[in-house]
Design a binder for this molecule. Structure first.
Ligand code: LP5
Ligand code: MN
Length: 288
């Protein structure tokens, strides 16, 4: 909800941006006087009708430039939005919520929590790399976990949100793997192992996945158009479908059973950050 706040209310939020774990970069607003932050919050209150969508950030400690770009995005762009939807693969991988103690993860959690405390609604959907994110992470980060797919209404238009991997039905080897690791009993057993053991197993899967991907055609690793149509029919023809996973940012127009539907594919954050910004007058693909 767009909220109007007076300045004293904004001041009382006092997000703690002076946390020692925030990186010392141009992004760090740790050095901003609180009054500057208050001005930002007041500007936000006046313009908070924007919904932002991102996916496939693959955050990890070994790619600091992306972490820096992401923290900057949160503090300068997302802070002005009504809601931020993260449609999967926020992290390079997630081995279980007991890994939230990790210093890198704490830095990301703090950034989310600080943003949420300013009134921005945060939503997270699982991707194929971080589907083990659970309530402990979400509570700490003040993020709401949403199902894949999820139907939302943006400025009166229905939008269906998904990570997108479920639509890649031609990738049979991946779908079999997905079926196995999304099983709750399998996950329980996997999570009962020590964190370090889990990380070693994930590294092995990652290596195996990279080898297999190099043998797969680009077409096999894209969404299947019949799967897309079936999903849109099942959800009664939303005006928009927004997903990530394929790392092929684009806007596709679909004519289906007399309905015009736009499929937005979000970009990854390997080389450059990107996001979809939806306002009253439409959506726009943005690059950082
Ligand atoms: O993520 P992306 O886009 O690079 O590739 C995906 C598919 N690959 C994956 C694997 C993940 O990238 C890495 C693992 C994430 C960790 C999850 C945590 C919990 C699981 C723990 C498991 C022990 O999702 C890739 C798709 C691609 O998208 C495009 O859609 O093609 O799929 C694969 O490559 C999977 C293979 O085809 C099948 C893998 C079978 C694994 C069988 C076990 C073999 C063990 C080998 C040990 C040496
Ligand atoms: Mn993915």
């Amino acid at each position: 909800m767009a909220q109007s706040r007076d300045k004293s209310e904004v001041d009382s939020l006092k997000p703690d941006l002076s946390h020692p774990d925030l990186p010392h970069t141009k992004l760090s607003h740790a050095k901003l006087p609180l009054t500057d932050l208050s001005n930002l919050l007041l500007a936000k209150a006046a313009s908070a009708d924007t919904y932002l969508f991102i996916s496939d950030l693959h955050l990890c400690a070994s790619r600091p430039h992306i972490t820096i770009a992401f923290l900057d995005f949160l503090q300068t762009t997302a802070i002005k939005a009504k809601a931020l939807y993260i449609l999967g693969d926020l992290f390079e991988y997630w081995a279980g919520d007991d890994d939230i103690e990790d210093a890198f993860h704490q830095q990301i959690i703090l950034a989310f929590k600080t943003l949420a405390d300013t009134g921005v609604q945060l939503f997270l959907m699982h991707g194929n790399r971080d589907f083990l994110i659970s309530q402990r992470f979400c509570t700490a980060a003040k993020i709401t976990l949403v199902n894949d797919p999820t139907l939302v209404v943006l400025h009166g238009k229905k939008a269906l949100l998904s990570h997108g991997d479920d639509l890649c039905t031609d990738d049979i080897a991946y779908q079999n793997f997905r079926h196995q690791v999304r099983d709750k009993n399998w996950q329980k057993e996997f999570l009962s192992q020590p964190l370090e053991t889990r990380k070693q197993q994930i590294e092995a899967i990652r290596t195996h996945s990279e080898q297999e991907k190099s043998q797969k055609s680009a077409q096999i690793m894209d969404v299947n158009s019949d799967a897309v149509k079936a999903l849109l029919q099942a959800y009664h023809y939303p005006e928009l479908l927004i997903h990530g996973h394929t790392h092929r940012p684009n806007q596709h127009q679909i004519q289906l059973d007399g309905h015009n539907i736009t499929r937005w594919v979000l970009g990854d954050w390997y080389e450059q950050g990107s996001y979809l910004s939806c306002e009253q007058n439409g959506c726009q693909d943005m690059r950082l």
